[in-house]
Write a new protein. Structure first.
Length: 209
């Protein structure tokens, strides 16, 4: 198994990564694929394609938040034909191994709330399984009552929930530390201003909780 930077892929492998990316994530959750390719040399980012015998099997994209000591898991997906075969766990281990140069590895993750999908629907099952996957890797929900983010494809917004994998030496953030993490996600992750209504609503929900 190989784990290659996107810039190291052959043309057909790059197209395979793009296909995984566009199938796994709704349009509103995706930045243009070309932006990922352009960001591949940024040292504050980790962008890996999982490749086996030349075949691209999965994608992981993370960015290191600058104002807080957290990594933001932006995209993580296995090709549809090979899901539920343990490849996600293998990729996760490869990601964590590469982040271990950061002595205080902490990862924050956005997921879609299961309760927003109809009971018994395939979509609800997918969301529940995704959360369970991260839970088995140490993730726990963060208590952020209001967390809406801007669509990346239009002017809409979408509700998400936050999970966090704390370092082995620390627990989940709370109080001012949690506020700082949420602020970093909006400002650094989405490029919003500190007075943006979405950010302000999220911070207010923490203060009111």
């Amino acid at each position: 198994m190989q784990y290659l930077a996107l810039s190291k892929l052959r043309a057909e492998q790059t197209e395979a990564v793009k296909a995984i990316y566009e199938e796994a994530f709704a349009a509103w959750q995706r930045v243009p694929f070309e932006i990922l390719l352009q960001a591949d040399t940024d040292p504050s980012r980790l962008q890996l394609a999982m490749v086996d015998d030349g075949e691209v099997l999965a994608l992981a994209v993370l960015s290191r938040l600058k104002s807080v000591s957290w990594w933001f898991l932006e995209y993580f997906a296995v090709t549809k034909a090979r899901r539920s075969n343990g490849l996600g766990g293998v990729l996760w281990e490869a990601v964590v191994e590469r982040l271990n140069g950061d002595r205080d590895v902490r990862i924050v993750i956005e997921v879609e709330p299961p309760e927003e999908a109809p009971p018994g629907s395939d979509e609800r099952t997918i969301r529940e399984r995704r959360i369970e996957f991260y839970r088995r890797r140490g993730a726990r929900p963060l208590d952020v009552p209001v967390y809406r983010v801007p669509h990346l494809s239009d002017n809409g917004t979408g509700e998400l929930m936050l999970l966090a994998v704390p370092s082995s030496e620390g627990g989940l953030p709370s109080g001012e530390e949690l506020q700082a993490l949420v602020r970093a996600l909006y400002v650094e992750g989405y490029g919003l201003s500190t007075d943006h209504p979405l950010l302000q609503a999220a911070i207010a929900s923490l203060e009111d909780d």
